[in-house]
Design a protein around this ligand. Sequence first.
Ligand code: SAH
Length: 338
Amino acid sequence: MPAETIKQEILAQGPISVVRFMELALYAPGAGYYLTRDPFGAGGDFTTAPEISQLFGEMLGVWVAEYWQRNGCPPLTLIECGPGRGTLMADLLRATRHVPQLHGSLQVVMVEISPALNQRQRATLKDYPFIRWVGALQEIPARQHCLILGNEFLDALPVAQHIGSQERLVGLNAEGALCFLPQEGAVREHCPALPGLFAEIARLMQPFGGACLFIDYGYGEAETPPASGSLQALKAHRHHDVFEAVGEADLTTLVDFAAVRRAAQEAGLHALPLLQQRQFLLQLGIKTRLENLLTRAEPPQKAALLSGMERLLDPTQMGSLFRVFCATHSASNVPYGY
Ligand code: SAH
């Protein structure tokens, strides 16, 4: 139980940072939330764009194929960070299987920290011999063009919280339950893993060229994050107190895309303007793709395709809260959709 591990650590060493709390709750070996379960779908805790509609992974397939063709059909490493059930990659590969030579030029690498989800992805993708799995980007050599994808990956990275100049700490109350130590004021968050992540991405992209694409819920440059911080717990599709079901609930934050942009630029990458998911998918041609699928679909499938696309695009659902961040190795390499 991560809650017990966390309490033991606090009893032994005193209050811990929010980063450490998130690390233990999500990733404690053998006990953390992501390491022990499949959290997705109707029976799980949350659902994601690839689980909502096949169109999502298919459109990213169009994006990948376009990059590859525009760059002269080179050998290409395609990396997915945090692939969940493997659905996005399955849809991407199915949608691109008729692009001549593409699959023969691909090495796909899945970066997954969770043994449970790694198993799940292997089952989903068993028909593709050119996929391998690693636990971190550090394990991947930079040998050729490289594209890196991540849907709802950044929001799972632990954040630190500060109030004024003080770091916010997690301790124990009089009853021995986990709590924030009392501090007054607005909460600011930052993700300490971002510089290291983008240094790795730059290492992979810069020698031969490449692009990365991260899609997540969050806020951009001119938007203000919640004054109470954005850290929240999600269990069975409902918000929970972050200390209520530690290790049994997902912990997630809104992604600070201004910080993501700075980390990419500091790593020497060229950052493109932040787009809303709606804009991006429309610019990739999601409506044309839908029409093609509809001509071949049976009525129940038609209804599912239409409602799935609506959820991805509707501004009151995922269309505008979800953002797309792209960075390339150089300003001359403008990817499809921009
Ligand atoms: N992309 C999927 C899953 C999103 S959930 C989808 O859209 O459905 C976050 C995913 O990232 C999970 O697969 C989780 O196990 C993985 N993950 C979280 N932190 C990670 C890390 N530091 N390294 C690798 N994978 C990580």
